[in-house]
Design a protein around this ligand. Structure first.
Ligand code: GLN
Length: 199
């Protein structure tokens, strides 16, 4: 079984560690560059992406994260974590830095003020069973993707229909929503299978 790290600078790190622990996957907080040498994959949690990238820079984690991800370390970003994995962001704060790796443009806080928070059932490619009950909290959407990016899920109905909210590019996975908050472990299990090289 691989060990999965969860970036522990800010945001809902504890919830990710809990889901992984419930799946029987050894999971460790990542707070320092050395921590990345001990894990086989890394989760970037939800929270506040500008704060997280500032802290990542301050803790000397931004470059090591880029290096590991460039070197093929699988990573899964939820919400703010999705923003961190994006090569390009719209509506970012001035000089907002990302880790990057995923060839996509992500729009921060895209779903707008009236719908800062909502739930929707999302069909995720590669995840069997019922639609995933997804919770969106001041969530980004994916505005556009490069050729190598596979769209795994889009919003299903209403004004927000057809927005890209789940993507994968090789070992990199990102969702606009927060599976760590809802107790449905299917996407974490999928990520662990990615880390194992099984999917
Ligand atoms: N709106 C946040 C940001 O831009 C993300 C929100 C979240 O992770 N729930 O960083």
């Amino acid at each position: 079984t691989p060990t999965v790290g969860v970036l522990a600078l800010q945001g809902d790190t504890a919830e990710h560690l809990r889901v992984l622990g419930d799946l029987g996957v050894p999971a460790e907080p990542v707070l320092a560059p050395e921590d990345l040498d001990r894990v086989d994959g890394v989760v970037l949690p939800g929270g506040e992406s500008t704060t997280m990238s500032k802290l990542a820079a301050r803790y000397g984690l931004l470059e090591p994260l880029r290096k590991h991800i460039d070197g093929g370390m699988p990573a899964y970003g939820t919400c703010a974590g999705m923003i961190l994995l994006a090569d390009r962001i719209l509506d970012g704060a001035a000089e907002q830095e990302t880790v990057g790796g995923l060839d996509m443009t992500v729009r921060r806080n895209a779903f707008g003020r009236q719908s800062d928070s909502f739930e929707a059932g999302i069909d995720i490619d590669g995840i069997g069973g019922a639609p995933f009950e997804a919770v969106f909290i001041r969530a980004p959407w994916v505005e556009s993707v490069g050729d190598r990016v596979r769209v795994l899920g889009q919003t299903p109905y209403g004004e927000r229909a057809g927005r890209i909210v789940a993507v994968r590019q090789g070992g990199l996975l990102a969702t606009s929503f927060h599976p760590e908050l809802t107790g449905d472990p299917r996407i974490h299990r999928f990520f662990v299978d990615m880390v194992k090289g099984q999917v």
